[in-house]
Design a protein around this ligand. Structure first.
Ligand code: MF3
Ligand code: CO
Length: 250
């Protein structure tokens, strides 16, 4: 069942999402060679709590941290660690969720560490553009898979592949609500989008093949072929006029 949010609920999601965006930008400003992913978690915690929020991921299905910090060939769900230290030329995806008075905002960005190669920058640019192309479809009257199809067509036209085993989702009082939003598939399928739906759209794009494997920690998902992977995500509100991005970070 897809939950339509009231005005009041949307206001709380707006607030949660603003904290998400602020924390992501703070982390982006701190990312540099020599920084560990554990330090990034601390930055997020400080901001989230000082704004009256709570990390949405911590304890979710036993996930041990407030953020996911996924370096290079890690696709998603990298667990922050003091032994994972960033170096020049790396990329790091930060995924972050905040609960504010019971309502959740969820977003992710991939950040370059120092100077990165032009072909790596291209992967980041294509993934972020794919997110906005998906968001353009999140309007009243479209169907869920119109988002999926737009993302897949764009990403594959650029020679990359979309991850299949993780998907976007509805978001609200729960981190994961209906509908599921795959980043691939034919257009015109799935539920019709209605005013007041809130969706987390999140393309994960691999430079090589789409397959991923999960490590023995039960979380860390890496590309099977060792290729780089990028991830961008926004929480959006479906409206007649188009989607409103709640987690706007610029
Ligand atoms: N944005 C991701 C998602 O919505 C992050 C979830 S991580 C978890 O699936 F730890 F909370 F599971
Ligand atoms: Co999400």
């Amino acid at each position: 069942m897809i939950i339509i949010k009231t005005k009041r609920e949307i206001e709380l999601m707006r607030k949660a999402s603003a904290i998400v965006a602020e924390a992501l930008l703070a982390i982006k400003g701190y990312v540099a060679p020599g920084v560990s992913t554990k330090e990034l978690e601390q930055i997020a915690e400080d901001i989230i709590r000082s704004r009256g929020g709570r990390p949405a991921f911590k304890g979710y299905r036993g996930y041990p941290s407030s953020i996911c910090a996924s370096v290079n060939d890690t696709v998603v769900h990298g667990i922050p660690s003091s032994t994972i230290v960033l170096k020049e030329g790396d990329i790091i995806s930060i995924d972050l969720g905040v609960v504010y008075r019971g309502y959740i905002g969820d977003a992710a960005i991939t950040i370059p560490v120092g100077d990165i190669k032009p072909e790596v920058k291209r992967l980041l640019d294509v993934t972020e553009k794919a997110l906005y192309i998906g968001i353009q479809q999140a309007r009243v009257g479209r169907r869920v898979s119109d988002i999926s199809h737009a993302i897949q067509s764009f990403v594959e036209s650029k020679g990359y592949s979309v991850v299949r085993s993780f998907v976007g989702h509805g978001v609200g009082r729960s981190l994961h609500e209906d509908p599921q939003i795959p980043n691939f598939g034919p257009p015109g399928k799935g539920p019709k989008l209605k005013e007041g739906m809130t969706l987390a759209i999140e393309p994960m794009v691999n430079a090589g093949r789409h397959e991923v494997k999960v490590l023995e920690d039960g979380w860390t998902a890496k590309t099977v072929d060792g290729s780089l992977s990028a991830h961008f995500e926004h929480t959006v509100l479906v409206k007649k006029s188009g989607a409103e991005i709640l987690t706007k970070w610029d």
